[in-house]
Design a protein around this ligand. Structure first.
Ligand code: COA
Length: 622
């Protein structure tokens, strides 16, 4: 509770904080409800592998009713390929799928190596459960609450292995390994993909975009799914999709209007595919580009959707409830590096006489037919509202930060705080995911980077001037005035404040990853209050609690060892999402906001980040 009060200090008013302190006094008094609930959770801990797991899973995913694309599923972009012919597309897809199959075999044989913590109480073993949920799993919509279809670890050895390939909204079941004919070779898989690539465009009409329904609000999609299930053929299709190892989406390129907008002063892109920049590629991975492009060429409930576009862009969209990004990134990077290290010798026409993959035909009744128009409109509206910006900060990266004896993660979190303060003159509840895999079934807790120490430092860096809410046209003047006022505090003083902010942020980070964060215990107490008394305690209806839970800045480090990056949308309509990938000499940020919110702008936040990182370097250099 002391840590909770500390986390509230920089983001609440004195009156709000006083009221919360009073509620906490009542809650924690020996005769208050707090001690009883705490004991309730201790008993639960004795009885279960991980007392927090289902509280957390439901809170973060299963109870959330808004659509998966943008709001929940992250998208990941890999360095684009060069495809000369459609055979190249098929061969690359085959290599990825072959890698997936080999990984599946490794999981089945129990040879997946146990990972250990690389820092802070080094070598502690990490829970590997997430890795076993990546393949062959799927989320299922429910009217009240979603659920997960998870692969059974007992049945693994006597099953066929298949994937579902989607091209121009047509779905095909490609069997990669069958009990009666063994595993397909890479070239055989390529021939199956080639069949899909040539069959789908030749079919008389584009089919109903059933996949688009998975982009709808969850309760809506649950009802549509019930309607679909009334037909036996549809039921079987759904089962094939859910049990598929992965879904592979063969896409058409998006138009240039998805390229980065605003903030032209930087070098926002390194990779290009034709006219498309990295922001454009990220849009494709996160939502598919709308009903006109590839959003119907998806199954957003599927844990892993590999996406390959004919122009060489490729990556992943993944449903988040089964696993954090790290496990997904590691799996795909392993497969990708293997492809890079062992270039294929021959991408010629594969000659095989396998039966062609089965095309999934849907029976869509009249009421469902009507739903596609509505679903197209609603997904297109959401996509139009997404303000996304992939920003590569190239002046320095982890190497410089480490040379300042600061943890790179802590440093970047403080840069994110400063960037926010520069724009708005205050800090907001900030979420950073902290892995808690040192615990069985541990997922994440929340590192709260908005601290009083960060606020004091940010204020001093901006001379306590308050919000820089200037429009773009006013910015130059603003920047000039800021430069002049910068000398109000000595560099020594600013450095001292920075050290205090670093110390606090480091302490919060370490507490979290060692299992002493505040958000999971608070969630536990909240849920326990409902289970024990039938209603939620006042502490969780409090204004401060609501402020603390509305993450106007939602961040996470997604470190990649290849030149790839992962991004996602904001978690509230007025907020920012910001993932970052710190590399030795640069940091890749994926900033998101919603156009419908007048106060936010992804490119302005990126620009503010650039300014913040620049002045931090000036402060710490030498
Ligand atoms: N001086 C110099 N170097 C330092 C340092 C210091 N004071 N503190 C740390 N470093 C070094 C570390 O030794 C490490 O070195 P390495 O690159 O050789 O491994 C490096 O800096 C990075 O460490 P740091 O930035 O402190 O953080 P981290 O890599 O341990 O990451 C978290 C911190 C919180 C991001 C991580 O623990 C975590 O939880 N990751 C999961 C996040 C997640 O779930 N993301 C996906 C969400 S979908």
């Amino acid at each position: 509770m002391a840590d909770y009060i500390r986390a509230l200090e920089p983001i609440t008013t004195p009156a709000q904080l006083e009221r919360t302190k009073e509620l906490i006094r009542q809650f924690t008094a020996p005769q208050g409800l707090g001690p009883r609930l705490h004991q309730y959770l201790l008993d639960k801990r004795e009885a279960e592998d991980n007392w927090a797991y289902y509280y957390w899973l439901n809170e973060m995913y299963m109870n959330i009713r808004i659509p998966l694309p943008i709001n929940s599923n992250p998208g990941m972009v890999f360095p684009p390929r060069r495809f000369k012919t459609v055979h190249d597309v098929a061969h690359f897809a085959a290599r990825l799928l072959d890698g997936i199959l080999s990984h599946r075999e490794m999981l089945d044989s129990g040879e997946l190596p146990l990972e250990r913590a690389a820092s802070r109480e080094k070598n502690q073993p990490l829970c590997m459960a997430q890795y076993y949920r990546l393949l062959g799993s799927c989320r299922r919509p429910g009217v009240e609450q979603d659920s997960q279809f998870l692969p059974s670890r007992e049945r693994v050895n006597d099953e066929d292995r298949h994937v579902v390939v989607i091209c121009r909204n047509q779905m095909y079941c490609v069997v990669l390994q069958a009990n009666d004919r063994g595993k397909l070779s890479e070239s055989e898989i390529a021939s199956q993909i080639l069949y899909v690539l040539s069959d789908a465009p030749c079919l008389p009409a584009k089919p109903a975009p059933v996949g688009l329904l998975t982009a709808e609000p969850r309760s809506r999609w649950a009802r549509d799914r019930e309607m679909l299930q009334q037909d036996e053929r549809n039921q079987r299709n759904l089962e094939l999709i859910e049990t598929a190892q992965v879904v592979l989406c063969l896409d058409e390129p998006l138009a240039g209007n998805f390229n980065a907008r605003g903030f032209t002063g930087a070098t926002p892109t390194v990779h290009r595919a034709g006219d498309r920049d990295e922001t454009n590629m990220a849009h494709e991975m996160i939502h598919g580009g709308g009903s006109e492009y590839n959003s119907g060429n998806r199954w957003f409930d599927k844990t892993m959707q590999l996406i390959i576009c004919t122009d060489g862009t490729w990556g992943l969209c993944y449903e988040h409830s089964c696993s954090e990004g790290i496990a997904v990134v590691q799996l795909l990077e392993k497969i990708y590096k293997n492809i890079e290290d062992h270039p294929a010798e021959d991408n010629g026409l594969p000659q095989h006489h396998l039966p062609p993959p089965e095309r999934l035909e849907w029976h869509v009744n009249q009421p469902l037919q009507l739903r596609f128009g509505q679903a197209s409109q609603s997904v297109d509206k959401c996509i139009d509202d997404l303000d996304f910006y992939v920003y590569r900060y190239q002046s320095y990266g982890k190497t410089f930060i480490k040379s300042c004896q600061v943890s790179p993660d802590v440093y970047i979190q403080l840069a994110l705080q400063l960037a926010h303060y520069k724009l708005y003159g205050h800090l907001v509840a900030t979420y950073e995911s902290a892995s808690t895999r040192r615990f069985l079934h541990g997922r994440v807790d929340c590192i709260r980077a908005a601290s009083t120490e960060a606020l004091e430092w940010a204020k001093a860096m901006c001379q306590g001037e308050g919000a820089n809410v200037a429009l773009e046209s006013d910015r130059e003047e603003e920047e000039e005035s800021r430069k002049v006022k910068f000398s109000i505090y000595s560099k020594d003083h600013l450095r001292e404040l920075f050290r205090c902010a670093v110390a606090r942020q480091t302490e919060v980070m370490v507490k979290n990853i060692l299992g002493n964060g505040i958000d999971i215990p608070l969630l536990g107490l909240r849920e326990a209050s409902i289970e024990v008394t039938g209603e939620m305690h006042e502490l969780f209806k409090d204004e401060s609690y609501n402020i603390s839970q509305c993450f106007l800045l939602s961040t996470s480090q997604v470190a990649c060892s290849t030149d790839s990056f992962m991004g996602y949308g904001p978690v509230t309509p007025r907020g920012y999402g910001c993932s970052y990938n710190p590399q030795p000499e640069q940091i890749v940020f994926c900033v998101s906001a919603f156009y419908s919110c007048e106060d936010t702008s992804a490119s302005r936040y990126a620009k503010s980040l650039q300014d913040s990182l620049d002045i931090m370097r000036d402060l710490l250099q030498n």
